[in-house]
Design a protein around this ligand. Structure first.
Ligand code: ADE
Ligand code: ZN
Length: 324
Protein backbone atom coordinates (compact mmCIF):
# COMPACT_ATOMS: atom_id res chain seq x y z
CA UNK A 1 0.00 0.00 0.00
CA UNK A 2 2.86 2.39 0.80
CA UNK A 3 4.23 1.95 -2.71
CA UNK A 4 0.76 2.49 -4.18
CA UNK A 5 0.29 5.73 -2.21
CA UNK A 6 3.74 7.10 -3.08
CA UNK A 7 3.16 6.36 -6.78
CA UNK A 8 -0.39 7.69 -6.86
CA UNK A 9 -0.68 11.02 -8.73
CA UNK A 10 -1.97 13.66 -6.33
CA UNK A 11 -3.63 17.06 -6.36
CA UNK A 12 -3.33 19.32 -3.31
CA UNK A 13 -6.11 21.85 -2.65
CA UNK A 14 -5.39 23.05 0.89
CA UNK A 15 -1.86 24.27 1.56
CA UNK A 16 -0.84 27.50 3.27
CA UNK A 17 2.48 28.48 1.76
CA UNK A 18 3.52 30.13 5.05
CA UNK A 19 2.81 26.76 6.71
CA UNK A 20 5.42 25.05 4.54
CA UNK A 21 8.27 27.03 6.15
CA UNK A 22 10.58 24.32 7.49
CA UNK A 23 12.69 25.21 10.56
CA UNK A 24 15.93 24.91 8.53
CA UNK A 25 14.75 27.54 6.02
CA UNK A 26 13.40 29.66 8.89
CA UNK A 27 16.92 29.73 10.35
CA UNK A 28 18.54 30.46 6.99
CA UNK A 29 16.18 33.39 6.33
CA UNK A 30 16.51 34.70 9.90
CA UNK A 31 20.27 34.85 9.39
CA UNK A 32 20.06 36.32 5.87
CA UNK A 33 17.61 39.04 7.00
CA UNK A 34 19.01 39.55 10.49
CA UNK A 35 15.70 38.77 12.15
CA UNK A 36 15.85 37.51 15.74
CA UNK A 37 13.98 34.27 16.47
CA UNK A 38 13.46 32.84 19.96
CA UNK A 39 15.17 29.49 19.19
CA UNK A 40 18.77 28.28 18.98
CA UNK A 41 18.41 25.32 16.61
CA UNK A 42 15.89 23.91 14.11
CA UNK A 43 15.29 21.06 16.58
CA UNK A 44 14.30 23.57 19.26
CA UNK A 45 11.77 24.98 16.80
CA UNK A 46 10.33 21.50 16.19
CA UNK A 47 10.16 20.85 19.92
CA UNK A 48 8.02 23.99 20.30
CA UNK A 49 5.40 22.55 17.92
CA UNK A 50 3.10 21.07 20.56
CA UNK A 51 -0.36 22.47 20.00
CA UNK A 52 -3.58 22.10 21.98
CA UNK A 53 -5.91 23.94 19.60
CA UNK A 54 -5.95 26.13 16.47
CA UNK A 55 -5.03 29.36 18.27
CA UNK A 56 -1.96 27.87 19.98
CA UNK A 57 -0.70 26.93 16.51
CA UNK A 58 -1.57 30.26 14.87
CA UNK A 59 0.42 32.23 17.47
CA UNK A 60 3.61 30.33 16.57
CA UNK A 61 2.83 30.25 12.84
CA UNK A 62 2.49 34.05 12.52
CA UNK A 63 5.73 34.50 14.46
CA UNK A 64 7.55 32.14 12.04
CA UNK A 65 6.46 34.25 9.06
CA UNK A 66 8.45 37.23 10.38
CA UNK A 67 11.61 35.95 8.66
CA UNK A 68 9.99 36.46 5.22
CA UNK A 69 11.01 39.93 4.00
CA UNK A 70 12.23 40.00 0.39
CA UNK A 71 10.80 38.69 -2.88
CA UNK A 72 13.59 36.08 -2.94
CA UNK A 73 12.44 34.76 0.47
CA UNK A 74 8.92 34.15 -0.84
CA UNK A 75 10.40 32.53 -3.95
CA UNK A 76 12.64 30.22 -1.86
CA UNK A 77 9.76 29.27 0.43
CA UNK A 78 7.52 28.38 -2.50
CA UNK A 79 10.23 26.59 -4.43
CA UNK A 80 11.07 24.39 -1.43
CA UNK A 81 7.40 23.36 -1.19
CA UNK A 82 7.26 22.61 -4.93
CA UNK A 83 10.28 20.33 -4.64
CA UNK A 84 8.35 18.43 -1.94
CA UNK A 85 5.41 18.21 -4.36
CA UNK A 86 7.70 16.50 -6.85
CA UNK A 87 8.82 13.99 -4.19
CA UNK A 88 5.21 13.18 -3.30
CA UNK A 89 4.01 13.00 -6.90
CA UNK A 90 1.75 16.05 -6.54
CA UNK A 91 0.98 17.11 -10.13
CA UNK A 92 -1.20 20.12 -9.38
CA UNK A 93 -1.47 22.32 -6.29
CA UNK A 94 -3.73 25.20 -5.23
CA UNK A 95 -1.86 27.34 -2.75
CA UNK A 96 -3.17 29.74 -0.10
CA UNK A 97 -1.25 32.83 0.85
CA UNK A 98 -2.08 35.34 3.62
CA UNK A 99 -1.09 38.84 2.40
CA UNK A 100 -2.14 40.54 5.65
CA UNK A 101 0.43 38.52 7.62
CA UNK A 102 3.05 40.39 5.59
CA UNK A 103 1.51 43.76 4.72
CA UNK A 104 0.83 44.33 8.44
CA UNK A 105 4.64 44.14 8.91
CA UNK A 106 5.31 46.66 6.18
CA UNK A 107 6.04 44.15 3.39
CA UNK A 108 4.53 45.19 0.05
CA UNK A 109 1.75 43.03 -1.42
CA UNK A 110 3.69 43.01 -4.73
CA UNK A 111 6.81 41.62 -3.03
CA UNK A 112 4.83 38.69 -1.64
CA UNK A 113 2.95 37.76 -4.78
CA UNK A 114 5.92 38.26 -7.12
CA UNK A 115 8.10 35.85 -5.12
CA UNK A 116 5.42 33.18 -4.86
CA UNK A 117 4.27 33.51 -8.47
CA UNK A 118 7.83 33.43 -9.80
CA UNK A 119 8.38 30.02 -8.20
CA UNK A 120 5.05 28.71 -9.51
CA UNK A 121 5.94 29.70 -13.09
CA UNK A 122 9.39 28.09 -12.79
CA UNK A 123 7.82 24.89 -11.38
CA UNK A 124 5.49 24.60 -14.35
CA UNK A 125 8.46 24.82 -16.76
CA UNK A 126 11.05 22.80 -14.84
CA UNK A 127 9.00 20.34 -12.77
CA UNK A 128 5.81 20.06 -14.85
CA UNK A 129 3.75 20.97 -11.76
CA UNK A 130 0.72 23.19 -12.39
CA UNK A 131 -0.81 25.48 -9.77
CA UNK A 132 -3.32 28.14 -8.81
CA UNK A 133 -3.11 30.83 -6.12
CA UNK A 134 -5.82 31.55 -3.55
CA UNK A 135 -5.59 34.74 -1.49
CA UNK A 136 -6.92 34.35 2.06
CA UNK A 137 -8.32 37.03 4.34
CA UNK A 138 -7.40 36.67 8.01
CA UNK A 139 -10.71 36.36 9.85
CA UNK A 140 -9.38 37.72 13.15
CA UNK A 141 -8.87 41.09 11.39
CA UNK A 142 -11.75 43.36 10.41
CA UNK A 143 -13.63 43.57 7.14
CA UNK A 144 -12.09 46.94 6.27
CA UNK A 145 -8.65 45.30 6.23
CA UNK A 146 -10.01 42.53 3.98
CA UNK A 147 -11.43 45.17 1.59
CA UNK A 148 -8.05 46.91 1.49
CA UNK A 149 -6.37 43.59 0.68
CA UNK A 150 -8.88 42.90 -2.09
CA UNK A 151 -8.03 46.30 -3.61
CA UNK A 152 -4.32 45.42 -3.54
CA UNK A 153 -5.10 42.15 -5.34
CA UNK A 154 -6.99 43.70 -8.25
CA UNK A 155 -3.89 44.45 -10.39
CA UNK A 156 -2.91 40.77 -9.91
CA UNK A 157 -6.22 39.21 -10.99
CA UNK A 158 -4.40 37.20 -13.63
CA UNK A 159 -2.42 35.39 -10.91
CA UNK A 160 -5.18 34.78 -8.31
CA UNK A 161 -8.03 32.37 -9.02
CA UNK A 162 -9.94 32.68 -5.75
CA UNK A 163 -10.21 34.33 -2.36
CA UNK A 164 -10.45 32.37 0.88
CA UNK A 165 -10.91 32.84 4.61
CA UNK A 166 -8.58 31.46 7.29
CA UNK A 167 -7.19 32.04 10.82
CA UNK A 168 -9.25 31.87 14.06
CA UNK A 169 -12.70 30.44 13.27
CA UNK A 170 -14.19 30.75 16.76
CA UNK A 171 -15.85 34.16 17.19
CA UNK A 172 -15.29 35.13 13.52
CA UNK A 173 -18.20 33.62 11.53
CA UNK A 174 -18.64 33.91 7.74
CA UNK A 175 -21.20 36.75 8.16
CA UNK A 176 -18.36 39.09 9.13
CA UNK A 177 -16.98 38.85 5.57
CA UNK A 178 -20.17 38.66 3.51
CA UNK A 179 -19.71 42.09 1.88
CA UNK A 180 -16.08 41.62 0.88
CA UNK A 181 -16.77 38.16 -0.53
CA UNK A 182 -19.70 39.51 -2.57
CA UNK A 183 -17.36 42.17 -3.96
CA UNK A 184 -14.72 39.50 -4.75
CA UNK A 185 -17.37 37.48 -6.61
CA UNK A 186 -18.38 40.50 -8.70
CA UNK A 187 -14.69 41.06 -9.51
CA UNK A 188 -14.62 37.52 -10.95
CA UNK A 189 -12.82 35.63 -8.19
CA UNK A 190 -13.99 32.19 -7.09
CA UNK A 191 -14.41 31.79 -3.32
CA UNK A 192 -13.55 29.20 -0.67
CA UNK A 193 -13.52 29.37 3.15
CA UNK A 194 -12.26 27.48 6.17
CA UNK A 195 -15.41 26.37 8.01
CA UNK A 196 -16.35 23.57 10.38
CA UNK A 197 -12.74 23.02 11.47
CA UNK A 198 -13.09 24.24 15.07
CA UNK A 199 -16.31 26.14 14.47
CA UNK A 200 -19.83 24.67 14.23
CA UNK A 201 -21.53 23.07 11.21
CA UNK A 202 -23.57 26.28 10.88
CA UNK A 203 -20.41 28.00 9.61
CA UNK A 204 -20.37 25.58 6.65
CA UNK A 205 -23.98 26.43 5.80
CA UNK A 206 -23.22 30.14 6.12
CA UNK A 207 -20.03 29.99 4.04
CA UNK A 208 -21.98 28.33 1.21
CA UNK A 209 -24.99 30.67 1.45
CA UNK A 210 -23.33 34.01 2.25
CA UNK A 211 -19.85 33.72 0.75
CA UNK A 212 -20.76 31.67 -2.34
CA UNK A 213 -17.96 29.19 -1.75
CA UNK A 214 -17.16 26.60 -4.39
CA UNK A 215 -15.68 24.29 -1.75
CA UNK A 216 -15.20 24.16 2.02
CA UNK A 217 -11.78 23.95 3.68
CA UNK A 218 -11.82 21.33 6.46
CA UNK A 219 -15.61 21.00 6.95
CA UNK A 220 -15.22 17.92 9.16
CA UNK A 221 -17.77 19.18 11.70
CA UNK A 222 -20.49 18.82 9.01
CA UNK A 223 -21.37 15.50 10.66
CA UNK A 224 -23.05 17.42 13.48
CA UNK A 225 -25.87 18.26 11.02
CA UNK A 226 -27.21 15.25 9.11
CA UNK A 227 -29.26 17.37 6.69
CA UNK A 228 -26.10 19.31 5.83
CA UNK A 229 -24.14 16.12 5.06
CA UNK A 230 -26.94 15.02 2.73
CA UNK A 231 -26.84 18.39 0.99
CA UNK A 232 -23.03 18.24 0.58
CA UNK A 233 -23.46 14.85 -1.13
CA UNK A 234 -26.40 15.99 -3.28
CA UNK A 235 -24.74 19.26 -4.35
CA UNK A 236 -21.26 17.66 -4.70
CA UNK A 237 -19.66 20.26 -2.43
CA UNK A 238 -15.97 19.34 -1.99
CA UNK A 239 -14.32 19.35 1.44
CA UNK A 240 -10.54 19.86 1.56
CA UNK A 241 -9.71 17.75 4.61
CA UNK A 242 -6.33 17.85 6.41
CA UNK A 243 -5.94 14.76 8.61
CA UNK A 244 -2.54 15.39 10.25
CA UNK A 245 -3.53 19.01 10.92
CA UNK A 246 -6.77 17.87 12.57
CA UNK A 247 -5.02 15.48 14.94
CA UNK A 248 -2.20 17.94 15.77
CA UNK A 249 -4.75 20.68 16.57
CA UNK A 250 -6.96 18.24 18.53
CA UNK A 251 -9.98 18.55 16.28
CA UNK A 252 -9.89 14.73 16.61
CA UNK A 253 -8.22 12.93 19.51
CA UNK A 254 -6.36 10.58 17.17
CA UNK A 255 -6.44 9.40 13.54
CA UNK A 256 -8.67 6.46 14.49
CA UNK A 257 -11.39 8.98 15.41
CA UNK A 258 -11.07 10.92 12.13
CA UNK A 259 -14.21 10.88 9.97
CA UNK A 260 -12.72 11.40 6.49
CA UNK A 261 -13.01 7.74 5.46
CA UNK A 262 -16.63 7.55 6.68
CA UNK A 263 -17.40 10.67 4.66
CA UNK A 264 -15.68 9.20 1.58
CA UNK A 265 -17.74 6.00 1.87
CA UNK A 266 -20.93 8.00 2.25
CA UNK A 267 -20.18 9.74 -1.07
CA UNK A 268 -19.03 13.17 0.15
CA UNK A 269 -16.43 14.68 -2.22
CA UNK A 270 -13.60 14.66 0.35
CA UNK A 271 -9.95 15.26 -0.54
CA UNK A 272 -6.72 14.82 1.48
CA UNK A 273 -4.33 17.75 1.99
CA UNK A 274 -1.43 18.84 4.18
CA UNK A 275 -2.54 22.36 5.40
CA UNK A 276 0.70 23.48 7.14
CA UNK A 277 3.07 20.53 6.58
CA UNK A 278 6.14 22.07 8.24
CA UNK A 279 4.15 22.41 11.47
CA UNK A 280 2.04 19.24 11.41
CA UNK A 281 4.65 16.65 10.53
CA UNK A 282 3.96 15.70 6.96
CA UNK A 283 3.29 16.50 3.33
CA UNK A 284 0.79 14.72 1.07
CA UNK A 285 2.16 11.17 1.23
CA UNK A 286 2.39 11.33 5.02
CA UNK A 287 -1.27 12.39 5.21
CA UNK A 288 -2.40 9.54 2.94
CA UNK A 289 -0.28 7.01 4.87
CA UNK A 290 -1.57 8.16 8.27
CA UNK A 291 -5.21 7.84 7.14
CA UNK A 292 -4.75 4.39 5.62
CA UNK A 293 -2.84 3.13 8.67
CA UNK A 294 -5.72 4.06 10.97
CA UNK A 295 -8.49 3.10 8.49
CA UNK A 296 -7.68 0.08 6.31
CA UNK A 297 -9.12 0.72 2.86
CA UNK A 298 -8.89 -0.54 -0.72
CA UNK A 299 -6.65 0.96 -3.39
CA UNK A 300 -9.77 2.06 -5.28
CA UNK A 301 -10.91 4.01 -2.24
CA UNK A 302 -7.49 5.65 -1.84
CA UNK A 303 -7.46 6.61 -5.52
CA UNK A 304 -10.91 8.17 -5.07
CA UNK A 305 -9.26 10.92 -2.99
CA UNK A 306 -7.28 11.93 -6.07
CA UNK A 307 -10.29 11.65 -8.39
CA UNK A 308 -12.26 13.87 -5.98
CA UNK A 309 -9.41 16.41 -5.87
CA UNK A 310 -9.24 16.60 -9.67
CA UNK A 311 -12.99 17.17 -9.80
CA UNK A 312 -12.84 19.78 -7.00
CA UNK A 313 -9.87 21.67 -8.46
CA UNK A 314 -10.02 25.03 -10.23
CA UNK A 315 -8.43 23.78 -13.42
CA UNK A 316 -10.00 23.77 -16.85
CA UNK A 317 -11.93 20.72 -18.07
CA UNK A 318 -9.21 19.95 -20.63
CA UNK A 319 -6.50 20.03 -17.95
CA UNK A 320 -8.65 17.74 -15.78
CA UNK A 321 -8.62 15.19 -18.59
CA UNK A 322 -4.80 15.36 -18.66
CA UNK A 323 -4.63 14.56 -14.94
CA UNK A 324 -7.04 11.63 -15.16
N1 ADE B 1 -4.02 29.17 8.73
C1 ADE B 1 -3.09 28.24 8.52
N2 ADE B 1 -3.56 27.04 8.84
C2 ADE B 1 -4.83 27.19 9.26
C3 ADE B 1 -5.85 26.33 9.72
N3 ADE B 1 -5.67 25.02 9.84
N4 ADE B 1 -7.02 26.87 10.09
C4 ADE B 1 -7.22 28.18 10.00
N5 ADE B 1 -6.30 29.03 9.57
C5 ADE B 1 -5.11 28.55 9.20
ZN1 ZN C 1 -5.93 25.61 6.38
Amino acid sequence: MKEFICGLPKVELHLHIEGSLEPELMFELAKRNQVAIPYNTPQEVRDAYEFHNLQSFLDIYYQGANVLIHEQDFFDLTWAYLLRCREDNVLHTEIFFDPQTHTSRGIEFDTVISGIHGALVQAQHELGITSQLIMCFLRHLDEASAFETLEQALPHKDKIIAVGLDSSEQGHPPQKFENVFQKALTEGFLTVAHAGEEGPAQNIDDALALLGTARIDHGVRCVEDEALVERLIEDKVPLTVCPLSNTKLKVFEDMGQHNVVDLLRRGVCVTLNSDDPAYFGGYMNANFLAVVKAHPMSKEEVAQFTLNAIEASFISESEKLRLQ
